[in-house]
Design a protein around this ligand. Sequence first.
Ligand code: GDP
Ligand code: ZN
Length: 360
Amino acid sequence: MEMTTLPTLSSLGFSPFFEQQLDDSIDERRIARVAAEHRGACEVWSVTGVWPARIAGRFHRHNSHAPGVGDWVILRDAPASDHPAIVERLFERRTLFTRGAAGRDARTQVVAANVDLVFAVTGLDADYNVRRLERYLARVYASGADPAVILNKSDLCDDTRAATIEVESHCRNVPIVVTSALSGEGIAALRALIQEGMTVAFVGSSGTGKSSLINALLGDDLLTTATVRASDGRGRHTTTHRQLIVLPDGGVVLDTPGMRELQLLDDDGLTEVFDDIAELSEQCRFRDCRHAGEPGCAVLAAAGDDVLMAERLDHYHKLEREAEANELRHNVRLRRKADRIWGQLSDEVALLRKWKGGKP
Ligand code: GDP
Ligand code: ZN
């Protein structure tokens, strides 16, 4: 956190929703937000600055009850440089993105907690795809966050109006911003959607311009200046960026690989989009019915009488397979990426400590 002045809790996103979970008065310095997490170690932000922290052993590591990036936590003691901070308690989350199958708790992991607004980014070039946007929105709704759509690279599109109208008709009541990170078009409108104390995230395919947009929001504080050049151990220098970024005009960006490349649909998202199928499946004989020929399947019975329903069921099965394949690929790739980034982050923390004369 390259802050010349120390932050207030509210500038980091601490809102009345969290405040009202505090019963007694508590030393404000014990309240912190997880800014990076990896295998039980994390970096937390508090009103006293950035601290490395350890997660108390009683949290199960790899499930959704363990603290993840974006979580608000209470530390055992006010952080000090002579002993590591320990994450003691977790605030109830306002919103939550997880990875892994719903219901199978042991496999569910936190992708991001307490994101208020998610921008689904699509490029107005070959990347443009309304169906994919719709599926991003389904995931965002399932998390409890609000969605918005960014149509980026307007400089590469002759008819931004047609695209806007099409997106409007598919994504009702969702703010749409047309931007060009290159020319600066729409950046002010984007900034206007991000209020002080709000946590936002960007999702979308790689190459749609998420980094460029974050940089545009950072203005003179380019993402590269919010980073410390750290050696990756092989003598090469790599530039990493923070997973939580405080914007100069207020607001916090949560930017992790897991969030950026949000897997498109998990069970939650599918249920949201196919609520008719979800409703029918409550009448299936088997609780875990996959509607693929099981006896007593209410969904198949309905699809037998209804062409539209049959088509939807087909689509549902296709997306389900896609989601599963996605999840497998995704988990392997993310784990590698997280390992790499964490290695760099620890170096960053070490560098920061050195810089500030041992005070993190
Ligand atoms: P990310 O993978 O989503 O973070 O995408 P990047 O921000 O790294 O951008 C991918 C590429 O698209 C880079 O070469 C950017 O310079 C380019 N790019 C990003 N935004 C725009 C835009 O608005 N217009 C144009 N023409 N190129 C852009
Ligand atoms: Zn069924």
